[in-house]
Design a protein around this ligand. Structure first.
Ligand SMILES: Nc1ncnc2c1ncn2[C@@H]1O[C@H](COP(=O)(O)OP(=O)(O)OP(=O)(O)O)[C@@H](O)[C@H]1O
Ligand SMILES: [Ca+2]
Length: 489
């Protein structure tokens, strides 16, 4: 990684298509202009003035602590962002390059405060996607996966970095080749063992893979590198059975596990040991006979396990898609701001339809509009009273600060303006979105209700803060919704 000075992303990189979205980030493909090297660009948005990319080796610890403490009063999204950058920098200094840890090439910071992490591009897909697509799947194949994750963890743990959100979605293959390295990524929730980590960081993370000591926030529960080993145990449990591991319900049910080698079961039992001190370390399991491949079976896994794994993966993806749609919740929150700008500007359904048409006609590049294009749409619709406000409205919707807005979001915003009830607004949001950008089932009758019911634990038709918090802990992806709502607009 080179110099720390603030440089604009667009000077050095050409930004291409979207690879994925996170809670308050967007990841896009990019090309380094000077070398045509392909990269992934993860853009994180921050509040307030630009701070603290550099950190000199001497007295680094104290300085970082101060920086974090100083920022304690700021938004959650900011604390997480700061954390991710600190951890990535530590990886650059003490871990990289490593075959199984995502590499950070560079950091760019825009004058607006947005930070772009220039990362190694992983184009080989997610861990489980590849496993279920394989024609042959054996214990030996699963062992190769565990070996790679353990090897990455060993290097991270040696640098005192705890990932804290290890899950299959955060393991990507570098390329399409069969022998592609598997990379651990997404350090947004990670921590450095001997350093201060903003407590808010611990609020998030996927409950399915989290260790008992991380779950129990009581006194004396210390999150250490052993917490990652638990998560690896859960991943392995799923890899070899196709069953989701439930806390406290851990068994090697006779029928499912009868063909799995004793050595693999012994490893799982070790990793899923409640007492972290008795749980093996990454370094230790790298010597384990099953992990090195010595005692891992070569035979094709039972068809039943493979098909269960496939359906687990499908369900997981569907859930992720539904939750990604909930991300549109943020549209609702933004609508409030829009209302404060333009009042209850009532657009009739026909007008909404024509807004969409105009956008489609005028926007050159698919769904995204520039400010002049947006103004042109307003003029075409005889909404000239809104033109003086156009830059501010535009700004409200320009999530990633790239000078364009997604016209679908603007339509959603306007369509929900007159409906002050959140529920209705949300429903409208989904209706206004073109069908092809929604997960298939979200428009099904009852689907949205289901999502709300899930959050509304006492069924009084309202989601209290406590219910919301509980839902967030059960389903970490809900943090997307929260974070988007905290995102500055
Ligand atoms: N280096 C990369 N190469 C290819 N795709 C990537 C890369 N980094 C991230 N992605 C894609 O972008 C998505 C979001 O990235 P990431 O998980 O880092 O964001 P996040 O904000 O931490 O998300 P979350 O915490 O919600 O999982 C990933 O699921 C993945 O599909
Ligand atoms: Ca992620």
């Amino acid at each position: 990684m080179k110099g720390q000075e603030t440089r604009r992303l667009s000077d050095e990189y050409e930004v291409l298509d979207i690879l994925g979205r996170g809670g308050f980030s967007i990841v896009r493909r990019g090309i380094k202009k000077s070398s045509t090297h392909h990269v992934a660009i993860k853009t994180l948005r921050r509040l307030g003035p630009s701070v603290m990319l550099p950190s000199p080796p001497e007295g680094r610890k104290r300085e970082k602590q101060q920086q974090l403490h100083q920022r304690e009063g700021v938004a959650v999204s900011d604390a997480l962002l700061t954390n991710e950058i600190l951890v990535m920098r530590r990886i650059v200094e003490e871990v990289a390059p490593h075959d199984n840890v995502i590499q950070l090439y560079d950091v760019c910071e825009d004058p607006t405060g947005d930070v772009h992490l220039i990362l190694e591009l992983c184009s080989g897909g997610e861990l489980f996607d590849r496993i279920v697509a394989q024609e042959r799947y054996s214990e030996a194949g699963a062992a190769a996966v565990v070996r790679q994750i353990a090897s990455g963890l060993e290097a991270l743990h040696r640098a005192n970095i705890v990932h804290r959100d290890l899950k299959p979605e955060n393991c990507l293959f570098l390329n399409e080749r069969e022998d592609s390295p598997l990379k651990i990524m997404d350090f947004g929730l990670s921590s450095v063992e001997e350093e201060f980590t903003h407590p808010v960081v611990g609020l998030f993370g996927s409950i399915d893979y989290v260790s008992p000591e991380a779950l129990d926030r009581g006194q004396g529960s210390i999150i250490s590198s052993k917490s990652d080993m638990w998560s690896l145990g859960v991943i392995l449990y799923i890899l070899l059975s196709g069953y989701v591991y439930m806390h406290g319900e851990f068994s090697f049910y006779e029928k499912t596990w009868k063909n799995i080698s004793a050595s693999a079961k012994q490893l799982i039992s070790g990793l899923l040991t409640v007492d972290p001190d008795r749980r093996p370390s990454a370094n230790e399991i790298l010597q384990h006979p099953w992990v090195i491949g010595y005692s891992a079976k070569q035979e094709q896994m039972d068809a039943e396990i493979v098909s269960r794994l496939q359906s687990f993966n499908a369900r997981r993806k569907l859930r992720a898609a539904a939750i990604a749609s909930m991300w549109s919740c943020s549209i609702f929150l933004r609508t409030k701001k829009l209302r404060s700008l333009v009042g209850t500007y009532d657009l009739k359904p026909e007008e909404l339809g024509s807004l969409r048409e105009h956008f489609q006609k005028i926007c050159e590049k698919g769904d995204n509009a520039t400010l002049p294009e947006f103004e042109e749409v307003l003029r075409a619709m005889n909404l000239s009273s809104l033109i003086p406000l156009a830059p501010r409205i535009f700004d409200l919707f320009d999530n990633n600060r790239d000078g364009t807005v997604d016209m679908r979001e603007i339509i959603c915003g306007f369509s929900s303006l007159k409906n002050s009830q959140g529920d209705d607004a949300l429903r409208l949001c989904f209706q206004a979105l073109p069908e092809d950008c929604l997960p298939v089932d979200i428009t099904e009758p009852g689907k949205l209700d289901e999502i709300f019911d899930r959050m509304d634990a006492n069924s009084d038709g309202q989601v209290t803060f406590d219910e919301f918090k509980a839902a967030m802990q059960i389903d970490s992806s809900l943090k997307d919704v929260v974070l988007s709502s905290l995102r500055p607009v």
